[in-house]
Structure formats: structure tokens, C-alpha cells
Design a protein around this ligand. Sequence first.
Ligand code: ADP
Ligand code: MG
Length: 240
Amino acid sequence: MIRFENVHKSYGNHEVLKGIDANISKGEVVCLIGPSGSGKSTLLRCVNGLEDYQKGRITIDGDLIDAKASSISALRTRVSMVFQRFNLFPHRTALENVMEGPVHVLKQNTAEVRDRAADLLRRVGLAEKMQAYPSSLSGGQQQRVAIARALAMQPEAILFDEPTSALDPEMVGEVLSVMRELAEQNMTMLVVTHEIQFAREVADSVLFLADGHIVEQGPAAEVLRNPTHERTQDFLRRVT
Ligand code: ADP
Ligand code: MG
């Protein structure tokens, strides 16, 4: 579904990704872990065409991601992204935030989108908060609105960039449990996270990024229990 082939990415002469090869199958949940500054966000942004890369290929279902191509805006709607900071529109209600993309980007019928958006908000446990503005919601609730907003685009995959890192500890669980449900419903997900317990329980596979390379990849249980690379061992010692 998402394929990385020898992907290289530099900012100026700082090479961040030095030949990434990886595959994410349909319905698979892949956790991307690695030290801060290793290029995890950069990798996600390349998938969504928010960043260009210099060498190699990224494809979604065989279609090449090329940030400079005119087709990129159409491709971008096929993969949703959930950020660490939820980036909701402050002057729109939860329901309006979820409706925004389908109505304004996909030009779908407003009444149908409203029904679907309401369903999605119920699905993430926010039936009571549809008319609430972001400022009156907790961080965990805002992030659940952001997940509903991502789902409203009916994407083929969702990329999560440290979705719980900005949350107070007591709100991490409610967001992870929504993500866990999506995983059970076979959503294709690439998740950058430091939540190793979540990775262990939910991920099908784990990629460990360090020094511009995927230094370890495999079934979550294996990589997290028996990391072979020294960098992975160090990292896991520090976060667990
Ligand atoms: P991670 O998400 O793993 O913490 P990032 O992908 O954010 O890492 O960053 C990887 C490296 O690329 C870092 O050294 C960072 O400083 C650099 N970087 C990220 N974004 C930019 C940018 N827009 N311009 C220049 N350098 C950047
Ligand atoms: Mg990052």
C-alpha cells in the first residue's frame, strides 16, 4: 500500500534520510520509532507530499508521490495526517472542523457530510461535544476531533505524528484507545510514537529509524523484545 524505495531526503546539505526501504501493507499498523531528530516527521511529510525528496520512490498503491507534480493535491487527500498539535480551526465547532475537508476540499454534499461527521464524532466518543469549540475541549478531546477529521476524508491510510506527545498523561489513554479501535477495524496506519506499550500491543510491525537509516524492522513483538541493533537497544532502555 505504501512503499519506500531507497528514499533520500536532504535539507540543504544536511542529509536526513539516507536510503529508506520499507513497505506498509493494506490494513497494517506500523509504528515508526527512533531518537528525536532522526527524521521520523520528515518521512511522514514526504508520504503526504508536504516535503519533497531527492532520490528514490514513495508510492501509494503504485502511484508515485511527487510533491512537485500537479496531481499531488489529489494524492494528498488519499492519506490523512494527525499531528502532535491538533491544528483545529479555533472558530469552528468540533462538527464543523470534521466537515471542513470533505465539504471544501472534496466538494461533497454538505448534508451527507454532516451526518457522516456526526457519526465519526460519536465513534471517537464525542457525541456530546459536536457543537463545542476547540478552546472548550481538553487536549485529548481535541485530538479525538482531529482523528475524526482525518477519518472524514475517507483516506486509504492515516499517518500519525506523535499524536499523544502534547497531551497531559491522563489523556493519552483515550486517544490511544481510539487508535486501537481503528487498528482493529483494519485501517492502514503509520504511527510515529514513543508509546512502546501501544506499539507492542497494536502494531503489526515496527521500524526503527536512526542516522538516516531504518536500522531495524520486523514484527513488533520481536523488535521490541529482542532488538539486535545497539541504537535500538539504547533507545528502548531510555523510553521504557
Ligand atoms: P524527528 O521527527 O525524528 O524528531 P525531524 O524529521 O523533525 O525528526 O527532523 C530530522 C532532521 O531534519 C533534524 O535534524 C531537523 O533539524 C531537520 N529538519 C527538519 N525539518 C527541517 C526543515 N524544514 N529545514 C531544515 N532542517 C529540517
Ligand atoms: Mg518529529
